[in-house]
Design a protein around this ligand. Sequence first.
Ligand code: SAH
Length: 218
Amino acid sequence: MDQGEDSYRQQGLRKRLVESLREKGISSPAVLDAMNAVPRHVFMDTALEAFAYQDRAFPIAEGQTISQPYTVAYQTQLLQVRRFDKVLEIGTGSGFQACILAEMGAVVFTVERQRKLFDRFREFAYKSRYPNIRCFYGDGYEGLPTYAPFDRILVTAAAPVIPDQLLVQLKPGGIMVIPVGGKEGQRMIRLEKTADGGIHQEVYDNFSFVPMLEGKKG
Ligand code: SAH
């Protein structure tokens, strides 16, 4: 991306958005800096680009959505990402969340079940800035056993229950953030796997995500 694609106007709107996230309770400087660094408009359809710095979710291809900036910041803050953490993300979608994690220095493994979205992000020009992102086409319910265990797991689709395989693939001392519930809404859950393999769970606010579906879609 060159300067021409991220205008002063867009940079200004983004700063304002980040300020509004701070007012809504996002306090982590690392999260706010990443939200300010990654230009959300490049992840959106040209027709919607003008709205990129509103704090709203928007449609992307295949009936999916790019999450609301507040939701991205909220999940990322709960995840407590550290540099060089190995992070598994379920639900690549536009790839915006993956870039936020990569901007914070994580090593990101992101999984998408829809072939078109997977292909699109894999070839997305802006992604070349982040050699620390790897894309996988697969079913997030299975996680990525070959690359496990992970320091952090972030699920960005509504899970009816916490998938067993993801629990197995979380390191002792690791953290998972996942919205759990049906289409009426989900509660954000943060769970920690203790050193002895126990699970400590905390329940946070209500959100509304697209569903986490089983199996791959070609
Ligand atoms: N993180 C995304 C938001 C994605 S919306 C972003 O920043 O834009 C949720 C995504 O999860 C959708 O793209 C959907 O296709 C995907 N998804 C749903 N069920 C899945 C599953 N079982 N495995 C992997 N991806 C899944």
